[in-house]
Design a protein around this ligand. Sequence first.
Ligand SMILES: CC(C)(COP(=O)(O)OP(=O)(O)OC[C@H]1O[C@@H](n2cnc3c(N)ncnc32)[C@H](O)[C@@H]1OP(=O)(O)O)[C@@H](O)C(=O)NCCC(=O)NCCS
Length: 176
Amino acid sequence: MPIIRLARFNLRPYRKGDEHSIVENINNPKISRATLTIPYPYTIADALSWIDQNLKAARKRKKTEINLAIDMGGQVIGGIGLSKMDGHQAEIGYWLAERYWGQGITTSAVEALSAYALNDLRLARVYAYVFSSNKASARVLEKAGYGFEGRSRRHVVKDGRRRDCLLFAVGSAPGD
Ligand SMILES: CC(C)(COP(=O)(O)OP(=O)(O)OC[C@H]1O[C@@H](n2cnc3c(N)ncnc32)[C@H](O)[C@@H]1OP(=O)(O)O)[C@@H](O)C(=O)NCCC(=O)NCCS
Protein backbone atom coordinates (compact mmCIF):
# COMPACT_ATOMS: atom_id res chain seq x y z
CA MET A 1 0.00 0.00 0.00
CA PRO A 2 1.38 3.40 -0.92
CA ILE A 3 2.26 6.31 1.33
CA ILE A 4 2.03 9.56 -0.61
CA ARG A 5 3.68 12.49 1.15
CA LEU A 6 2.43 15.96 0.32
CA ALA A 7 3.30 19.39 1.71
CA ARG A 8 0.36 19.76 4.10
CA PHE A 9 -0.70 16.15 4.70
CA ASN A 10 0.02 12.52 3.83
CA LEU A 11 -2.09 9.85 2.18
CA ARG A 12 -1.43 6.59 4.00
CA PRO A 13 -3.14 3.25 4.78
CA TYR A 14 -5.65 3.06 7.63
CA ARG A 15 -4.39 1.53 10.88
CA LYS A 16 -5.73 0.44 14.24
CA GLY A 17 -6.31 3.47 16.45
CA ASP A 18 -7.66 5.61 13.56
CA GLU A 19 -11.24 4.94 14.64
CA HIS A 20 -11.41 7.96 16.98
CA SER A 21 -10.33 10.61 14.48
CA ILE A 22 -12.36 8.97 11.71
CA VAL A 23 -15.55 9.24 13.76
CA GLU A 24 -14.73 12.76 14.94
CA ASN A 25 -14.34 13.97 11.35
CA ILE A 26 -16.72 11.87 9.24
CA ASN A 27 -19.76 11.90 11.54
CA ASN A 28 -21.52 14.68 9.67
CA PRO A 29 -24.87 14.58 7.85
CA LYS A 30 -23.44 16.75 5.05
CA ILE A 31 -20.80 14.12 4.30
CA SER A 32 -23.33 11.30 4.47
CA ARG A 33 -25.77 13.14 2.17
CA ALA A 34 -23.09 13.74 -0.48
CA THR A 35 -21.83 10.16 -0.62
CA LEU A 36 -23.36 6.80 -1.42
CA THR A 37 -22.32 4.60 1.48
CA ILE A 38 -21.13 6.74 4.41
CA PRO A 39 -23.82 6.50 7.13
CA TYR A 40 -24.96 9.13 9.61
CA PRO A 41 -24.64 8.71 12.49
CA TYR A 42 -21.23 7.08 11.97
CA THR A 43 -20.17 5.02 14.97
CA ILE A 44 -16.91 3.64 16.36
CA ALA A 45 -18.15 0.20 15.23
CA ASP A 46 -18.48 1.55 11.65
CA ALA A 47 -14.91 2.89 11.81
CA LEU A 48 -13.50 -0.35 13.25
CA SER A 49 -15.17 -2.37 10.52
CA TRP A 50 -13.85 0.05 7.84
CA ILE A 51 -10.29 -0.26 9.21
CA ASP A 52 -10.58 -4.05 9.40
CA GLN A 53 -11.91 -4.25 5.82
CA ASN A 54 -8.96 -2.19 4.61
CA LEU A 55 -6.33 -4.16 6.55
CA LYS A 56 -7.72 -7.32 4.92
CA ALA A 57 -7.86 -5.72 1.45
CA ALA A 58 -4.24 -4.56 1.81
CA ARG A 59 -3.08 -8.15 2.37
CA LYS A 60 -4.61 -9.36 -0.91
CA ARG A 61 -2.17 -9.87 -3.75
CA LYS A 62 -4.64 -8.67 -6.39
CA LYS A 63 -6.06 -5.41 -5.09
CA THR A 64 -9.50 -4.27 -6.17
CA GLU A 65 -9.51 -1.23 -3.90
CA ILE A 66 -6.96 1.07 -2.27
CA ASN A 67 -8.31 3.33 0.46
CA LEU A 68 -6.05 5.88 2.11
CA ALA A 69 -6.44 8.21 5.05
CA ILE A 70 -5.85 11.92 4.54
CA ASP A 71 -3.53 12.28 7.54
CA MET A 72 -2.71 15.63 9.08
CA GLY A 73 -0.54 15.43 12.19
CA GLY A 74 -1.50 11.78 12.76
CA GLN A 75 -5.25 12.49 12.63
CA VAL A 76 -7.51 11.13 9.88
CA ILE A 77 -9.11 14.33 8.57
CA GLY A 78 -10.45 12.69 5.42
CA GLY A 79 -10.35 9.71 3.16
CA ILE A 80 -9.67 9.02 -0.50
CA GLY A 81 -9.67 5.79 -2.44
CA LEU A 82 -9.69 3.87 -5.66
CA SER A 83 -12.32 1.15 -6.00
CA LYS A 84 -13.61 -1.20 -8.72
CA MET A 85 -10.01 -1.65 -9.87
CA ASP A 86 -10.51 -4.12 -12.65
CA GLY A 87 -8.32 -4.07 -15.71
CA HIS A 88 -7.39 -0.64 -16.93
CA GLN A 89 -9.59 1.62 -14.80
CA ALA A 90 -10.77 2.51 -11.31
CA GLU A 91 -13.29 4.79 -9.60
CA ILE A 92 -12.08 7.50 -7.21
CA GLY A 93 -14.00 8.70 -4.15
CA TYR A 94 -13.22 11.01 -1.23
CA TRP A 95 -14.44 12.99 1.78
CA LEU A 96 -12.91 15.66 4.02
CA ALA A 97 -13.77 16.94 7.50
CA GLU A 98 -15.93 20.04 7.20
CA ARG A 99 -13.57 22.27 9.19
CA TYR A 100 -10.93 21.86 6.45
CA TRP A 101 -13.18 22.57 3.45
CA GLY A 102 -12.17 25.29 1.00
CA GLN A 103 -8.38 25.03 1.43
CA GLY A 104 -7.61 22.99 -1.67
CA ILE A 105 -6.81 19.88 0.38
CA THR A 106 -9.05 17.50 -1.52
CA THR A 107 -7.92 18.85 -4.89
CA SER A 108 -4.27 18.10 -3.93
CA ALA A 109 -5.24 14.64 -2.69
CA VAL A 110 -7.18 13.85 -5.89
CA GLU A 111 -4.27 15.07 -8.04
CA ALA A 112 -1.79 12.94 -6.10
CA LEU A 113 -3.82 9.72 -6.05
CA SER A 114 -4.76 10.10 -9.72
CA ALA A 115 -1.09 10.53 -10.67
CA TYR A 116 -0.27 7.41 -8.62
CA ALA A 117 -3.04 5.46 -10.41
CA LEU A 118 -1.96 6.52 -13.89
CA ASN A 119 1.83 6.50 -13.45
CA ASP A 120 2.53 3.81 -10.83
CA LEU A 121 -0.43 1.47 -11.23
CA ARG A 122 -0.38 2.14 -14.99
CA LEU A 123 -4.16 2.51 -15.15
CA ALA A 124 -5.48 4.15 -18.31
CA ARG A 125 -8.49 5.84 -16.73
CA VAL A 126 -9.74 7.06 -13.36
CA TYR A 127 -13.36 8.17 -13.14
CA ALA A 128 -15.74 9.66 -10.58
CA TYR A 129 -19.50 9.87 -10.27
CA VAL A 130 -20.74 12.94 -8.40
CA PHE A 131 -24.33 13.71 -7.41
CA SER A 132 -25.43 16.47 -9.79
CA SER A 133 -26.09 18.72 -6.77
CA ASN A 134 -22.51 18.41 -5.48
CA LYS A 135 -20.91 21.54 -6.94
CA ALA A 136 -17.86 21.44 -4.64
CA SER A 137 -16.95 17.90 -5.66
CA ALA A 138 -17.42 18.65 -9.37
CA ARG A 139 -15.14 21.66 -8.94
CA VAL A 140 -12.49 19.55 -7.18
CA LEU A 141 -12.41 17.19 -10.15
CA GLU A 142 -12.22 20.02 -12.68
CA LYS A 143 -9.35 21.62 -10.76
CA ALA A 144 -7.57 18.25 -10.60
CA GLY A 145 -7.67 17.96 -14.40
CA TYR A 146 -10.66 15.67 -14.84
CA GLY A 147 -12.89 16.10 -17.88
CA PHE A 148 -16.69 16.17 -17.70
CA GLU A 149 -18.06 13.22 -19.68
CA GLY A 150 -21.78 13.54 -19.14
CA ARG A 151 -24.82 13.16 -16.97
CA SER A 152 -25.96 9.67 -15.95
CA ARG A 153 -29.65 10.00 -15.30
CA ARG A 154 -31.07 8.07 -12.33
CA HIS A 155 -27.63 6.51 -11.88
CA VAL A 156 -28.01 5.64 -8.20
CA VAL A 157 -30.72 5.28 -5.58
CA LYS A 158 -29.97 7.18 -2.39
CA ASP A 159 -32.40 7.26 0.53
CA GLY A 160 -35.08 5.82 -1.75
CA ARG A 161 -34.61 8.56 -4.38
CA ARG A 162 -33.17 8.09 -7.85
CA ARG A 163 -30.35 10.56 -8.35
CA ASP A 164 -28.61 11.93 -11.43
CA CYS A 165 -24.81 11.80 -11.37
CA LEU A 166 -22.16 13.67 -13.30
CA LEU A 167 -19.36 11.55 -14.70
CA PHE A 168 -15.79 12.88 -14.72
CA ALA A 169 -12.61 11.11 -15.80
CA VAL A 170 -8.89 11.56 -16.29
CA GLY A 171 -6.67 9.29 -18.35
CA SER A 172 -3.36 8.55 -19.88
CA ALA A 173 -2.82 9.54 -23.50
CA PRO A 174 -5.01 7.62 -25.98
CA GLY A 175 -3.45 4.34 -26.99
CA ASP A 176 -1.06 4.21 -24.01
C1 LIG B 1 -16.37 17.82 -1.81
C2 LIG B 1 -15.27 18.00 -0.78
C3 LIG B 1 -14.44 16.72 -0.76
C4 LIG B 1 -14.41 19.19 -1.21
O1 LIG B 1 -13.25 19.25 -0.40
P1 LIG B 1 -12.37 20.60 -0.28
O2 LIG B 1 -11.05 20.19 0.29
O3 LIG B 1 -13.14 21.65 0.39
O4 LIG B 1 -12.17 20.97 -1.84
P2 LIG B 1 -11.18 22.09 -2.41
O5 LIG B 1 -10.92 23.12 -1.38
O6 LIG B 1 -9.99 21.38 -3.00
O7 LIG B 1 -12.05 22.69 -3.62
C5 LIG B 1 -13.43 23.01 -3.43
C6 LIG B 1 -13.89 23.89 -4.57
O8 LIG B 1 -15.32 23.86 -4.63
C7 LIG B 1 -15.81 25.18 -4.57
N1 LIG B 1 -17.13 25.13 -3.96
C8 LIG B 1 -17.45 24.81 -2.68
N2 LIG B 1 -18.79 24.88 -2.51
C9 LIG B 1 -19.32 25.20 -3.71
C10 LIG B 1 -20.65 25.42 -4.17
N3 LIG B 1 -21.69 25.28 -3.36
N4 LIG B 1 -20.82 25.78 -5.47
C11 LIG B 1 -19.76 25.92 -6.31
N5 LIG B 1 -18.48 25.71 -5.92
C12 LIG B 1 -18.26 25.38 -4.63
C13 LIG B 1 -14.78 25.92 -3.77
O9 LIG B 1 -14.91 27.32 -3.95
C14 LIG B 1 -13.50 25.36 -4.39
O10 LIG B 1 -13.25 25.86 -5.68
P3 LIG B 1 -12.23 27.10 -5.95
O11 LIG B 1 -10.89 26.67 -5.46
O12 LIG B 1 -12.31 27.32 -7.42
O13 LIG B 1 -12.76 28.27 -5.15
C15 LIG B 1 -15.82 18.25 0.64
O14 LIG B 1 -16.68 19.35 0.57
C16 LIG B 1 -16.56 17.05 1.20
O15 LIG B 1 -15.99 16.18 1.85
N6 LIG B 1 -17.90 17.03 0.98
C17 LIG B 1 -18.74 15.92 1.48
C18 LIG B 1 -18.37 14.57 0.87
C19 LIG B 1 -18.33 14.61 -0.64
O16 LIG B 1 -19.02 15.37 -1.29
N7 LIG B 1 -17.51 13.69 -1.22
C20 LIG B 1 -17.41 13.57 -2.66
C21 LIG B 1 -18.49 12.69 -3.18
S1 LIG B 1 -18.41 12.56 -4.97
